[in-house]
Design a protein around this ligand. Sequence first.
Ligand code: SF4
Ligand code: SF4
Length: 291
Amino acid sequence: MAPKPVADIHFIWEVTRTCNFRCAYCLSGSNTVREKLVPVDVAAVRRTLDASGYVFELNLVGGEPSILPNFVDLVRGLTQRHYVFLTTNLAADAVFERFAAEVDPARITGIDCSFHVEQREQRSSFEKYARTWNLLKDRGFKLYANYVAHPSLLGRIAGDLDRLAGLGVAINPTPYIGLWEDRKYPDSYTAEERRFLFKEDAYAGKWEAHIDAAPTEVLCNAGYNVFWVAGDGTISKCTTYLKKQYGNIYTGFAGPDSRIQVCRATTCSCPYYSVLAHYFQYGMAQMAKAS
Ligand code: SF4
Ligand code: SF4
């Protein structure tokens, strides 16, 4: 039997599309979107989650979640009963000092700390990244450092990784997913680049995150124990099926599907398969047991 994940349900929640960086390769639109940052209504979200009777793992993504005006209060509120996974560029130094002091590491399932080298050089520094990383690490947070291996950076990555290692940061390259100079990535990395850059298991996972061909009737846990939550709080199956809704994180969760459904989408760019394999395996095992 696949081990039970820490929570019943995983929400990937795009809490803001605004960011404090302007990466040239940004996929989330943060280079152009400058939505006004407003505090999240933590009490309303907690009411929705707590009333459902489920335990949630909330994966906060953006944009950059940590620039929300009440980010630390949001995480503290959510982690009273639930769990948080965070994806961040780690650039809001003062916010993370408060986060390290006030948030319980036992309730944070992981922090994905993306290192964006050109923005670090323009707006911050390698040393500031390392200082915040080491602060969080020393407090017991589970950290993952990744360096987006954009094809334009291939000539410098090895040196950057060495420099970060010297500052105490163990960082892994992560494949770039998208188009560059009319070539599609990650498919266009050479075999040699692949061997140098990526651990095979991580690479394979990222591959699966970008299904281009039709999934042709795959069973998918979206809507069963993994969901997408948009900036306005709307809860959907995934970013492909935004119209199939399950309520709103501010006003009420309608509950999950009773069974894992077959997906007939022709494309899927949702990250569920690679990052939420444990929810998929557990859900499938539950379904098998029930049948
Ligand atoms: S830090 Fe992330 S969200 Fe912000 S601009 Fe860079 S890639 Fe986009
Ligand atoms: S589009 Fe992808 S994430 Fe959405 S239901 Fe289909 S396979 Fe699952």
